[in-house]
Ligand binder design. Sequence first.
Ligand code: NAD
Length: 488
Amino acid sequence: MELNMKQPQVKNFINGSFSRNGQKSMDVVSPLTGEVISSLPMSGMKELDEAVQSAKTAFPLWSSKTLKERIQIFFRYRQLLEENMDELSKLIQLENGKTYSESRAEVEKSMELCEFAVSMPQIVTNEVQEVSRGVECRIERKPIGVVACITPFNFPNMVPHWTVPNAIVLGNTVIVKPSELVPLSVMRMAELLKEAGLPDGVFNVVNGGQEIVEAICDHEGIEAVSFVGSTRVAKIVYKRASGNLKRCVALGGAKNHLLVLPDAHVRMTANDVVASMSGCAGQRCMAAAVMVGVDKVQHIIDQMIVECQNIVPGENLGSVISKEAKERIEGYITEAEEQGAKILVDGRGVVVDGKEGGYFVGPTIIDYVTPEMRVATEEIFGPVISIIRAKNLDEAIQIENNSNYGNAAAVFTQNGGLAKRVMEKASAGMIGVNIGVPVPREPFSFGGWNESKFGVGDITGRSSIEFWTQNKKTTTKWNPEDKTNWMS
Ligand code: NAD
């Protein structure tokens, strides 16, 4: 696979133009090889002010268009995603380190998210009722204004598409702050949205790190903030943005538990658990992190070890995002080993031929983990699964419930009654039954519970319509002959 390691300089995208002034800059490093491939501007309040001004100026015209007019852009844009699939996938691969097929799947998901956005006229139909003789109440959904989306490194293309198409189609104007580790995909997104005909100022990109995130949370011109990233930062953003009276939804980290029962289908379960923990090098907020083996599941663990033999770093397993991430992940494995856990498959010390500078970690299975160990409670964010043994299903459910997180949980069994118990009792927002990565597809919405999400509602699907709009309630009476005395 030919990858172009040298990429253009990253620029901000404000009012339809790319710009880069005298800001400080930061290197963009490809985790596949450790090479510097570009640099990005670390913007501050001045650039954010310009972006807010541009979005504010664009808002009156954009919000006054009909839904039908606004979605036309995203029909064209979705087509451009398809036409540029190969190039976009390679770009994701280069900046994030995931495999080509994982990168393609990301762009395909972004296309699906656009398909949901263009279906808004079928969904956002407003409500009207004759509430008393001759008196009508209606509810209309109106945009909220200038909104901001702050995104993480692990899905450089898809996560911005969780929010941007819906927010824009519903009439808002948007500022995106991409992860400073993967700014290239969002720059391409800006180019393609422009090519699709989006008016200047409706979509803006401001690059940077902590400083710009704090400025977004504080800026008076921004009405709503969506955040996706770690729980530590989600808490900071949620408190700061909502403390400044903004609407905010902040998705955080995860520690997803997969409860495996002895009657589970052996090959399917082993395959799903291993794919869930190792896909995208374990850097998915929906990844399996803890397997709770209920009673006698050795035969399934043995099959998981076999499955891991088919996973080859640098071929069907991508890199993790950085040198620090590799060290952190390997540190967790070593600590668990020192605490008495058993490493059944060890991904430490992996070096890929021809990519010696890349940050690869092999698939790792850690058995006999106890619930107090850090590998059982903290988000490792690498291709690692910790197995905790439980005597029975109640104990397994208790282990899942004790997690501070609550993004996803899954159960593997052929017993419908036991599966239903887990569906009811698991303390997580997204539940899988014999599914290792239970991502709901639109119009169903995406969002976790507990410390995996702060704020009301979810970030995609129908739920996002609430977040990106406000209700206008109008009560009308036209017939003067009517005797109804409505609140007057
Ligand atoms: P991160 O929290 O480090 O960064 C996310 C964003 O916050 C970035 O844009 C970054 O520039 C900014 N940021 C970082 N530190 C900051 C600070 N101190 N103050 C203000 N802003 C700051 O997350 P990440 O490492 O890019 O992404 C991985 C994390 O995201 C994992 O925890 C993963 O579980 C989570 N994630 C969650 C979901 C979900 O749906 N719940 C989806 C994807 C990723």
